[in-house]
Write a protein that binds this ligand. Structure first.
Ligand SMILES: Cc1cc2nc3c(=O)[nH]c(=O)nc-3n(C[C@H](O)[C@H](O)[C@H](O)COP(=O)(O)OP(=O)(O)OC[C@H]3O[C@@H](n4cnc5c(N)ncnc54)[C@H](O)[C@@H]3O)c2cc1C
Length: 400
């Protein structure tokens, strides 16, 4: 059923592997760690140069299948390419396949007006700008999006936005030029029709990036995550996406593919962690034997292979279902992957850290940051519990 690549996808995969070896791994540390004396949110010449190379090599917008700007891959094919570049946290941006821009580009392609596409989707696809998605708020439990309090209120030919958001990925970057903001345009309407999504240029008066946020101390520069304040932010009514009250509809469409792309990348990250674990175990001696000869270490290596295979299979199944029946009908498979993969791959990375000893926690290896990444996804894009709850509803219905 799985893993059949067209000759086009297989050829892209081969070139992607070569590009990673030649350009990404050797520069990984420099790409992930901004020099302390420089503005950490400014564009980095090295990243920009590699993006240019990736684009020239046709390794660009691999996720995108809404037009000639993409690579024309199925979800199942993209999953297998995503696994290749998912091995490095520095890679997604180089190939213009990073969150949240991918989700925002998908959203604009599906729901944007021709003018909105021309102004925002076009420069995003060409990598000239970055974007962010502002839904979560510090004041309310945002895993339940009906709680969102930000106001998007009509005032003649404009909308006026007021609210405080946080965990807005990408907002600190100087390259971030537009936010997709979710908020309430009708507080008294039916629960799932109260919310809207609107495009807000980041340089609009009243938009303030208050502070960057860290994940276990990692800044994730140069994109990062931020708290963002919207105070009497005025944008033209034509910036509304799809129509007033249609925010929930758009949110459902946006999050499905975004979630699965994280899973695809994590499979690659866990494979790399297992390779690193084995190399380390082969090369270190303690108490008279190689770590690789110790029963406990061999057990975690074996278990890690089992976990990666499970993670890969649920991810590929979800991607395959998206191709066969569409994102909406594949939502249960997407939920299974979203719940299972960060835990399975996070466990592999955690074991790799343990086998590396102190080195595993240090900046000398990719493992500590990789662990933080898998841990965050058990909360980001909705906490695991919310997805389990949705699955439970379906299962209980099935039993009736
Ligand atoms: C690194 C990172 C990047 C992010 N990027 C973005 C972004 O770009 N844009 C954006 O808008 N948001 C982003 N988020 C925010 C993320 O989507 C929210 O943190 C998430 O949806 C949870 O909302 P909350 O933090 O308000 O937690 P709360 O809603 O307060 O939930 C807290 C906890 O309550 C429990 N819980 C909730 N519901 C249930 C339930 N039904 N059953 C059982 N337990 C439950 C869970 O354990 C949950 O973790 C990001 C978060 C992180 C960490």
């Amino acid at each position: 059923m799985f893993a059949e690549l067209s000759s086009h996808a297989a050829e892209l995969r081969q070139r992607l592997v070569a590009f990673m070896d030649e350009h990404v791994y050797p520069n990984e540390r420099a790409l992930l760690t901004p020099p302390p004396e420089k503005d950490r949110w400014a564009p980095r010449p090295l990243a920009m140069a590699l993006m240019e190379k990736a684009r020239a090599a046709g390794l660009w917008n691999l996720f995108y299948n809404h037009g000639p700007e993409g690579a024309g891959l199925s979800n199942l094919e993209y999953a297998q390419l995503c696994e290749v570049f998912g091995r490095s946290l520095a890679a997604p941006e180089i190939f213009n396949c990073n969150a949240p821009d991918v989700g925002n580009m998908e959203l604009l392609a599906a729901y944007g007006s021709p003018e909105q596409k021309d102004r925002w989707l076009r420069p995003l696809l060409s990598g000239d700008i970055r974007s962010c998605f502002a839904m979560t708020e510090p004041a309310v439990a945002s895993s339940d999006a009906t709680n969102i309090e930000t106001e998007i209120l009509r005032d003649d030919g404009d909308y006026v936005i007021n609210g405080r958001k946080w965990w807005v990925t990408g907002a600190p970057s100087h390259r971030c030029k537009v936010a997709i903001v979710m908020g309430k345009s009708d507080k008294s309407g039916p629960k799932h029709k109260q919310q809207s999504m609107i495009l807000v240029p980041m340089d609009t008066p009243g938009v303030t990036v208050v502070r960057p946020l860290t994940v276990y101390g990692f800044e994730h520069a140069p994109l990062g995550h931020a708290e963002v304040l919207f105070e009497n932010v005025r944008v033209p009514a034509t910036n509304m996406l799809l129509g007033e009250g249609r925010g929930f509809e758009i949110a459902q469409g946006r999050l499905g593919p975004g979630r699965i792309h994280h899973c695809m990348r994590f499979v690659g990250l866990a494979e790399r962690a297992l390779e690193s674990m084995c190399r380390r175990a082969e090369s270190r001696f303690a108490f008279g034997s190689r770590l690789a000869e110790m029963g406990g270490v061999r057990q975690v290596i074996g278990q890690s292979r089992c976990d990666i295979e499970q993670a890969r299979l649920v991810t590929l199944k979800a991607a395959w279902m998206m191709d066969k029946v569409g994102n909406k009908a594949a939502r249960n498979d997407i939920a299974v992957a979203k719940i299972a993969v960060p835990t399975l791959t996070g466990a592999v990375i955690d074991r790799a850290i343990q086998v590396h000893g102190g080195a595993g926690l240090s900046q000398d290896f990719f493992l500590a940051e990789a662990f933080a990444e898998t841990r965050f996804l058990r909360i980001g894009d909705g906490p695991d519990e919310v997805h389990r709850e949705a699955l439970a509803r379906v299962e209980l219905e099935r039993g009736k």
